[in-house]
Design a protein around this ligand. Structure first.
Ligand SMILES: C[S@@+](CC[C@H](N)C(=O)[O-])C[C@H]1O[C@@H](n2cnc3c(N)ncnc32)[C@H](O)[C@@H]1O
Length: 258
């Protein structure tokens, strides 16, 4: 389980190595403490973080500090998924679609109506609508839906060929990932897959400000296994200039399934 990194020695060492990060960190700590006190659970808290960040810059809120980087990060996700099996006729669910950094490319590539983006933040979904307008994607009629959990209760069985979540579990505590694994198999078609990125650690699992969560690969593989999902670590993603790692999960077929 991720735990708060409470070691003062560790924190002091980190601050000494990165002095320029001290003031922004203290500012975030103050804001996040305030938001945490006013919200009831992680999802409500993170929604409030996104509201605050998106008001400043939607591109910054999804983690890109320049438009060039926003474009590049979207392109990286898209190219990788296309090279790893995406087809225009596939139906895709993007969990935590943000302001469509990659979603705009998926929407453009997929057949009409085949993209379904969900997010806990209504503010970032409004920004996603702006992205659709800016990139002239109206005719593709993408679905964009706010959610309060990852149970997918309103989505049909065995519908999606591909589920994608980039930089979402890096902001999720274990119970949110567990909830996702418990339900995602139901909405995936047989033979479909779910790709997600995560912040990987080989040391102790930990979190920073309840905003960033670091997991060991084997923790997530075991969690997927408990919910009938087979997980494969995507080695070739590691070659790309991105600090998170990627896992692909597929539904395990029982002997009675075709
Ligand atoms: C770092 S942004 C990445 C957005 C998008 N995937 C991309 O690559 O541009 C993380 C997004 O996930 C959303 N998010 C975080 N936790 C979520 C959850 N439990 N369910 C759905 N969306 C979530 C946030 O609101 C935010 O839009």
């Amino acid at each position: 389980m991720p735990r708060t990194r409470s070691s003062l020695v560790h924190q002091a060492g980190y601050a000494l190595r990165h002095p320029h990060k001290i003031v922004p960190h203290l500012r975030r700590l103050t804001r996040d403490t305030w938001l945490r006190l006013r919200t009831r659970d992680h999802v409500a808290y993170y929604r409030a973080v996104m509201k605050s960040d998106a008001a400043r810059s939607p591109e910054g809120a999804v983690g890109s500090h320049s438009h060039k980087r926003w474009l590049a990060l979207g392109r990286m996700q898209f190219d990788y998924l296309r090279e790893h099996g995406l087809k225009p006729e596939f139906r895709m669910l993007e969990i935590g679609c943000g302001n469509l950094r990659a979603g705009r490319l998926f929407i453009d590539y997929l057949d009409h109506g085949n993209y379904y983006g969900i997010d806990i933040s209504p503010d970032i979904l409004i920004a996603a609508q702006d992205t659709i307008v800016e990139h002239g994607l109206h005719d593709k009629l993408p679905h964009l839906t706010p959610v309060r959990d990852l149970r997918f209760a309103f989505l049909p069985d065995a519908h999606f060929d591909v589920v994608h979540a980039h930089s979402v579990f890096s902001h999720s505590p274990p119970e949110v990932i567990e909830e996702c694994f418990a339900h995602v198999g139901r909405v995936m078609r047989a033979g479909g897959w779910f790709d997600f990125t995560f912040d990987r650690t080989v040391g102790k699992e930990h979190q920073v400000l309840r905003e960033d969560f670091y997991y060991r690969t084997e923790t997530l593989v075991a969690m997927a296994d408990r919910h009938g999902l087979d997980a494969v670590f995507m080695d070739d993603w590691e070659r790309l200039p991105h600090k998170q790692s990627k896992i692909r999960v597929t539904r395990r077929m029982s002997a009675s399934q075709p």
